[in-house]
Design a protein around this ligand. Structure first.
Ligand SMILES: NC(=O)c1ccc[n+]([C@@H]2O[C@H](COP(=O)([O-])OP(=O)(O)OC[C@H]3O[C@@H](n4cnc5c(N)ncnc54)[C@H](OP(=O)(O)O)[C@@H]3O)[C@@H](O)[C@H]2O)c1
Length: 343
């Protein structure tokens, strides 16, 4: 069977990881990536042998001056692919959409775009099957992807009636030297709900959910405290059992491993995983409690990589490469080496 041809526009934190993941898919061909500046991140594309395209002819000159081979412009790439994954900065995707439409390619956008950029917002565990065959999808943000993985896993097992979550956001990605805060806890925003609840509802419109968020001076991961009212009476052990067998979730015992922080998760990832990446959602085992009919837990979210498997699945959804959630999970999770432990 011919492989689906995919291009990635934007080769930063998300785009480079998505490109590395697409390259591993047996049913996809990574045709090339678009980068704007010929810097050290572009060097990764060159070293990996990914054909490099520039947004326009103007940027191509700078690449050639810096010794890179340029395969063409964004428009050239679009003429050679079936699907484009847009991983350019917030808002740029909506601008790019006009060019994508001119070439009639299928589109996958990121959570930094407004929901209206695509026909549907996307989360593999919640709505893969409903989105098969769409022209465009938007993979929701890292925090929303994490919340939806948890909510849809527990909904499938027990039914979820209500969700309340406090989101402790990392201030910046590790390489972003100009962002803050560097000595404050910032309400994000002061008025509830934070945009995460609104974003969750783009996938689960009927859900009763309120989120509050703060930004803290860290770059490693986000941390959530989530409280869920389920439709079935459960014990903590039942919830843990459901989480332990769910795809894309790792349950980590602080008592057994000594891991009680995002720093220790990333240190474990440094020891055992390429680029420190933890695309799985990490739930702290001893934090799972049931009080007054509500389930509570802490979960940690590696913002740089959690949306990568969902991007791969979104390519399968728009092209119809896999008809069911199980089919796409099987291929994506195996090729990306997703597992039930950090090691
Ligand atoms: N970072 C996260 O934690 C995270 C998590 C989930 C979702 N997202 C979403 O993913 C999207 C991308 O975010 P990111 O963090 O990966 O951004 P990023 O690291 O800043 O990368 C953006 C990439 O787009 C390129 N670019 C900039 N302007 C462009 C243009 N006009 N045309 C083509 N390429 C252009 C940049 O190239 P140059 O570097 O050469 O300028 C860079 O390679 C956003 O929607 C964001 O909200 C981010």
């Amino acid at each position: 069977m011919a492989r689906v041809r995919v291009g990635v526009n934007g080769f930063g934190t998300i785009g480079k990881r998505v490109a590395l993941a697409l390259e591993k898919q047996p049913d996809m061909e990574l045709v090339g990536v678009v980068k704007r500046k010929p810097d050290y991140i572009a060097m990764l594309a060159a070293k990996k042998g990914f054909p490099i395209y520039s947004p326009t002819v103007k940027e191509a000159e700078a690449f050639e001056k810096a010794g890179f081979r340029v395969a063409g412009t964004l428009e050239d790439l679009l003429s050679r692919v079936d699907v484009v994954v847009d991983a350019t900065p917030n808002g740029q995707g909506a601008e790019n959409k006009k060019i994508y439409e001119k070439f009639g390619v299928k589109m996958v956008f990121q959570g930094g775009e407004k929901p209206g950029v695509a026909e549907a917002s996307f989360s593999t565990l919640c709505n893969y099957e409903e989105t098969v065959g769409r022209q465009s999808l938007r993979v929701v943000s890292c925090n929303t992807t994490a919340l939806l993985r948890l909510i849809c896993t527990l909904d499938k097992a027990f039914g979820v009636e209500r969700v309340r979550a406090v989101i402790v956001r990392r201030a910046a990605d590790p390489r972003e030297v100009k962002k803050g805060p560097i000595n404050a806890i910032l309400l994000n925003p002061p008025r509830l709900p934070s945009h995460h609840a609104v974003d969750v509802k783009t996938v689960l419109p009927g859900l009763d959910i309120v989120t509050a968020a703060v930004v803290v001076p860290t770059t490693l991961m986000h941390l959530h405290h989530v409280t869920l009212k389920l439709k079935t009476a459960v014990k903590a052990v039942d919830v843990l059992e459901a989480l332990k067998i769910a795809p894309r979730i790792i349950v980590v015992s602080s008592e057994e491993t000594g891991i009680k922080s995002t720093a220790e998760i990333i240190e474990a990832a440094r020891q055992f995983r390429p680029m420190n990446d933890v695309p799985e959602l990490v739930i702290f085992e001893e934090s799972v409690a049931v009080e007054g009919g509500e389930v509570m837990l802490f979960q940690a979210v590696h913002q740089e990589s959690i949306v990568v498997p969902e991007n791969v699945d979104a390519v399968r959804a728009v092209t119809g490469l896999a008809a069911t959630t199980e089919d796409t999970l099987k291929i994506t999770d195996k090729t990306l080496g997703l597992r039930k432990t950090l090691w």
